[in-house]
Design a protein around this ligand. Structure first.
Ligand SMILES: Cc1ncc(COP(=O)(O)O)c(C=O)c1O
Length: 401
């Protein structure tokens, strides 16, 4: 096996440096643990942006992938395959019904949703094409997705962007109402903004968006790429508020670590995508789809929605207790196992401090610790992680002191 340095050297020579990477090489994962090339073990409180939601290398997931790989790995979408059909059934059964288009990533799911919203409006002869999205949102890195992503840092250097996007502050219904005009076809929002800092869209705000869409004949799109498939302690993030979208997207946790994305809509909208309008070579391939089915089965059979709610409540409670002790924590928020801890200062040093002690956490938007352990994390492992994290937070000096 190559040493850490050998792998880092290969990277610096051959891999484009578009990521800020840790100087670590991951070689193995099991449940909530990762091991690096030097044999050091880390507790994973991030689950790879919520991708490894059932933990690393869950035996049932591994078995499902191995079985499918040995049976039929790929077929073009000119054929039908059972895993794709079953996964679409899972999405409908756990969500609001509807039909699903499969792709390979969150950004592609956003693209599909944007295209569907526009073709739906176009087919209805309404001449509408504009979408409203939200400040600090994140929808991916393709062109329409970075345009939908109302954060200048993701757009710089890539202009001109895709026309027809307007941005509003999250939870500001009056501003959304002001932006809507006769050309607006859809509103797209994350039920909880992930990259933007674990910002919760308030239920009454989502309800307001639903009513507005209904009154003005627009579609409501929920980006569930980070919130979906159990992350919030419900199958889908929208189920926390009970506000049902017309279109929802998914990716990350859906494949348990294999690359898959999805976009689901009720038939009246979904059926606008007829042959020739949209496609993906790898979308819904049997391998990733079999993995997706296994993820749903594991969450159901191991009661992981309940575990996510219980462990999430416990995690937030422990963080709130810590907040009583130190002004370094200013707010704790989120749902299920999507937990944001707002720090009064930059969290980069804390992340490194934890990493040195074998705990992997993420800090997004500079100041928000984003804690998203696997849905099957146990209380013991969480306690071990929290002991390290609490020590790190206590050791932080409040900014300016
Ligand atoms: C809410 C949301 N939408 C879309 C994306 C893009 O997903 P991907 O990186 O798989 O393209 C992300 C990724 O972080 C996301 O969090």
């Amino acid at each position: 096996m190559a040493t850490t340095q050998e792998v880092l050297d290969l990277y610096s020579k051959y891999v484009i440096g578009n990521y800020r990477r840790l100087p670590l090489v991951a070689v193995r994962g099991q449940g909530a643990h990762i091991w690096d090339a030097d044999g050091k073990r880390y507790i994973d409180l991030f689950a790879g942006w919520a991708v490894t939601g059932v933990g690393h290398c869950h035996p049932r997931l591994v078995e499902a992938i191995a079985r499918q790989a040995a049976t039929l790995m790929y077929m073009p979408n000119t054929w039908h395959t059972e895993p794709q059909a079953r996964l679409a059934e899972w999405i409908a059964a756990t969500g609001f019904g509807g039909k699903t288009f499969f792709c390979n990533s969150g950004a592609e799911a956003s693209e599909a949703a944007i295209k569907l919203a526009r073709i739906h409006a176009s087919a209805a002869g309404k001449g509408r094409y504009k979408l409203i999205t939200f400040e600090n949102g994140f929808h991916g890195r393709t062109f329409a997705a970075i345009t939908a992503t109302a954060q200048p840092k993701y757009q710089e250097g890539f202009r001109p962007l895709v026309p027809g996007f307007m941005y509003a502050p999250l939870n500001d219904l009056a501003e959304v109402e002001r932006l809507v005009d006769e050309e607006t076809c859809a509103i797209m929002v994350e039920p909880i903004q992930g990259e933007g800092g674990v910002n919760v869209a308030q239920p009454e705000f989502l309800k307001g968006l639903r009513d507005l869409c209904d009154h003005r004949g627009m579609l409501l799109v929920f980006d569930e790429v980070q919130t979906g498939v159990g992350r919030c302690g419900t199958w889908w993030g929208y189920q926390v508020s009970g506000v049902v979208p017309d279109i929802m997207t998914a990716a990350k946790q859906l494949g348990g670590g294999t690359a898959i994305g999805a976009m689901c809509a009720g038939p009246a909208v979904a059926d606008r995508l007829v042959p020739g309008t949209h496609a993906s070579t790898f979308g819904g391939n049997p391998l990733a789809a079999a993995a997706g089915c296994a993820v749903f089965e594991i969450i159901r059979d191991e009661n992981l929605l309940e575990n996510a709610r219980q462990m999430g409540d416990y995690l937030r409670r422990r963080m709130l207790e810590l907040k009583q002790e130190t002004p370094v924590i200013s707010e704790v928020r989120g749902a299920g196992l999507m937990v944001g801890v707002e720090l009064a200062q930059n969290g980069a040093d804390l992340v490194n401090w934890c990493l040195e002690r074998g705990l992997y956490v993420n800090c997004t938007h500079d100041t928000v610790l984003r804690l998203m352990p696997p849905l099957n994390i146990t209380r013991d492992v969480l306690d071990e992680a929290l002991a390290i994290l609490a020590e790190g937070v206590r050791a932080m000096r409040p900014a300016g002191k």
